[in-house]
Design a protein around this ligand. Sequence first.
Ligand code: EPZ
Length: 415
Amino acid sequence: MKSIVINGGRKLSGEVSISGSKNAALPIIAASLLCEGEHRIANVPSLVDVKTLAKIMRNMGVSVELTDHEAVIDSTRLASPEAPYDLVRTMRASVLVLGPLVARFGKARVSLPGGCAIGARPVNLHIMGLEKMGAEVSIEHGYIEAKAKRLSGAQIYFDIVTVTGTENLMMAAALADGETVLENAAKEPEVVDLANALIQMGARIEGAGTDIIRIKGVEKLRPMDHRVLPDRIETGTFIIAGAITSGNIVIRNCAPQHLDALLSKVSEAGAQIAVDKDIIRVTGTGGIKPVNVKTLPHPGFPTDMQAQIMSLMCLARGTSVINETIFENRFTHVAELRRMGADIVIEGGSAIVKGVPKLLGAPVMATDLRASASLILAGLAAEGQTVISRIYHLDRGYEDIEGKLSALGADVKRV
Ligand code: EPZ
């Protein structure tokens, strides 16, 4: 079992380049199931989750080549529209193959993703949408069995904003007969990036990025040649790394316009932020001020940055309230931060974080992807050594984070 060892207390300085977005690459790779021919996708991050999706698609008979940050995919010879449990359970986002498979092949057998550390993660809204489009869906022996001669356009209202639900149904609707309207749709930048890829494939989509997306189905699509947008959560994680170490770093190849909520909170906490096109400069100014945070669907504060800003608030001069409204169990990092001396009390969906003068390095355990990032951030600022175990969680969503942090002057290594 690998671990990451950090000797804290160093101010970060220098430059870091952001990788492509995990949460855009996954749906866009799945979209290559929608039509024959060779799809080329650039700026694909080298992550375990991307490799898992590639394995699932190869298992169906699709040819997927992952080279240096590029995916070349040809789904012409797709043999079996099935995603097996032993692969799907390692990555819930595999459910993103469901919509494209039903749309292109008229059937799909996809394992129910099951829950994960942060919550039950149901996919009922994905299924509701497909049924509204005329698919027959049943759940048998832990698998979603879906079939439809041809999907028809439908009016679909999401009573909860769902990112992959919006993405799955947008892909399904691209080949449906007639128009589909998705209401209360997710507005995340990754949804917009997927829509752009689909439009390039010939899909007719309007309103991506707003809460009403209209998709007019077409008979056929053509292969894409698309570049994935930068990862805003990796960007946010490095912004906090600069602030929590009172460092001075330059973040390149990012998309500041996708991070308004985070940037305003980190500025409110006292860091100096300078934004210029695809560059963000972060200068930590010593004193960290407490801020209150409520996670919301985009453009609200991203739930995927909640654990990371909590690490920063552990060292604020005062008390912060962090309210997690998206997932029911996304505070698993709290117990680990407490081991490092943090003063945090959980009340229902909120964490009350009382700043302490310093954190002390300790052996801690990663529990999920973003919790791992929050422990790394705390370890960078803590006095002494922090050893983070179970870092396979980290490798799902961060490309070479220890290499990028070392290049910024951190004392971090993988053992
Ligand atoms: C996406 O997950 C992201 N993953 C998550 O990032 C992110 O935390 C989440 O959106 C919220 O922004 C990818 O894009 C691959 P949801 P997703 O459907 O789509 C409930 C990371 O760290 N819900 O938007 O699975 C659900 O339980 C990961 O990179 C239903 O009730 O999240 C949750 O409470 C973690 N029924 C809320 O909606 C459904 O059918 C939002 O979930 C679907 C969702």
